[in-house]
Write a protein that binds this ligand. Structure first.
Ligand code: SF4
Length: 482
């Protein structure tokens, strides 16, 4: 399926993250491509459509960058030969799921840009809300874009700002002050590795170290995979510059007061791997808490608590711990169902959900089951899973959701469908319960969200319609194609 546009072919009702970013600079001059490969492999859950790596030699000719990117999973796109041919002690990498810009090879990242001061490599996670205006502005002054992604707008702005800045980090900061929305950025210049996080901190980014090499990564789980130590999170609004001469240099000019920060709460509830820590909060702990809160706020008598894998599992354990009802495994998941999965036709007897999940009949037969899931988007999957539990002999199925109902779109990088397609739109909880065929239904309450992350300031826009910044007037997703 390489080199051709892939249909978004996900046959279930999941949400999607946009991307994962990774950067590395080895001060001892060792090649970094294969370490970036393993780092991206640990971030694969953040995007499965395309991936890429760009590396450069800091002692070589300024700006000689080697890039390889394509459609596909990390282990499909890279071979040992490719990695060994990629020489360089500094590099950036990216895994992508597209929410802005089509799913094509041209739109794969990292982006590499040659300009008058050298070469830039850039990987971006998040969606910008003013990319259209900025792009038009650039086009009127002669810029020709190679892609339809908003990340290229950032790269152009950095290149342009560099002409009037003393150094590349200042150019990154100036560009970052122009762009609005969500961004975690990793930028490679000929001699520097730079990380930047938007002032609201929508998307995560952290710093790690292994021997004499520094790493920037969307999630800390990648550091564990590589045997690297966690140094710290990049602060919301911070720009960090990593060089052998000065180590980590921090610029906090763009940082906002803590109360205005707005981390995407869905990183904790669903996107991030449970073994990651984001801004000092363990993702697994926050999911356990969500389950405990559900048990406190939506109790029900039952024999067994089960999670819909993977992200429902920790919340189910939390519910079991709080309620005293035994925790069990009811589902076996086929982990091999990926991006290129061929969705069964309506006429086929195979069901998409059943291909992904099977129920352990002996675990649920004759039992009153509490089923915990992280979210209900359209509701199409939930009603099938409830039915599967009943078919396997569950006498009652009580559904508990470890997030509040989705009612509004996201402009910052999460692929939430149109309002009209959301099951919670214009329906009461009782009506939703009826649609999915559950005996009872309970959602996490909105005030509980901050408690999941020990009071950190978060974004709740998709639940409340109140966004941390003025949302665009129209749907901006895919505008460049239009
Ligand atoms: S609107 Fe929802 S999904 Fe989007 S950033 Fe905010 S919390 Fe995350």
């Amino acid at each position: 399926m390489k080199n051709k546009e892939l249909e978004k072919n996900t046959p279930w009702d999941d949400l999607h993250e946009e991307c994962g970013v990774f950067g590395m600079y080895d001060f001892d001059g060792h090649d970094v491509a294969s370490t970036i490969y393993y780092g991206l492999f640990a971030l694969q859950h953040r995007g499965q459509e395309s991936c890429g790596i760009a590396v450069s030699k800091t002692d070589g000719p300024k700006g000689k960058v080697t890039t390889h990117k394509d459609m596909g999973l990390v282990n499909e796109v890279f071979t040992q030969d490719i990695l060994e041919s990629m020489k360089g002690d500094i590099g950036v990498g990216h895994v992508r799921y597209s929410t802005a810009g089509a799913s094509t090879r041209e739109n794969a990242q990292p982006l590499v840009l040659n300009y008058v001061k050298g070469t830039l490599g850039l990987a971006h996670n998040g969606n910008l809300i003013n990319a259209n205006e900025l792009r038009r502005e650039l086009e009127y002054t002669g810029a020709i874009f190679q892609t339809t992604i908003d990340s290229e707008v950032i790269a152009y702005h950095i290149a342009r700002e560099r002409l009037n800045s003393d150094n590349v980090e200042e150019a990154v900061r100036r560009a970052a002050q122009k762009i609005q929305g969500a961004f975690a950025l990793v930028v490679m210049s000929p001699r520097k590795l730079i990380g930047a996080r938007d002032p609201y901190g929508f998307k995560p980014l952290c710093i790690g170290k292994r021997d004499n090499a520094y790493i920037l990564t969307s999630e800390s789980c990648a550091l564990d995979t590589l045997g690297a130590e966690f140094v710290r999170d990049v602060l919301p609004g911070e720009v960090v510059t990593i060089t052998p001469e000065k180590g980590i240099v921090s610029d906090t000019t763009m940082c906002l007061e803590k109360e205005r920060q707005a981390r995407c709460i869905f990183e904790y509830i669903y996107f991030a791997r449970p073994d990651s820590q984001i801004d000092g909060i363990g993702v697994y702990d926050s999911r356990i808490k969500a389950g405990r809160f559900l048990a406190m706020d939506s109790p029900v008598e039952a024999d067994l608590v089960v999670g819909v894998p993977e992200s429902g599992n920790a919340a189910a354990l939390g519910y079991a711990m709080e309620s005293g009802i035994p925790y069990g495994t009811a589902f076996v998941k086929n982990g091999y169902v990926g991006r290129t999965f061929i969705k069964p036709k309506q006429s086929n007897r195979e069901s998409s959900v059943k291909i992904k999940l099977n129920v352990l009949k002996e675990a649920v037969d004759g039992k009153r089951v509490i089923m915990i899931d992280d979210s209900i988007v359209r509701g199409t999957t939930s009603d099938r899973i409830v039915r599967m539990l009943r078919d396997a002999g569950a006498t009652e199925v009580h559904v508990r959701i470890s997030s509040p109902p989705f009612l509004w779109p996201c402009y910052f990088g999460t692929d939430i469908p149109e309002r009209e397609q959301l099951i919670a739109y214009n329906r009461t909880i009782e009506e939703i319960r009826d649609v999915i065929g559950a005996d009872s239904l309970g959602y996490l309450e909105i005030p509980r969200l901050e408690e999941l992350v020990n009071g950190l300031s978060i974004c709740k826009g998709c639940f409340t319609g109140k966004y941390p910044m003025e949302p665009p007037k129209e749907d901006i997703r895919g505008d460049f194609e239009r």
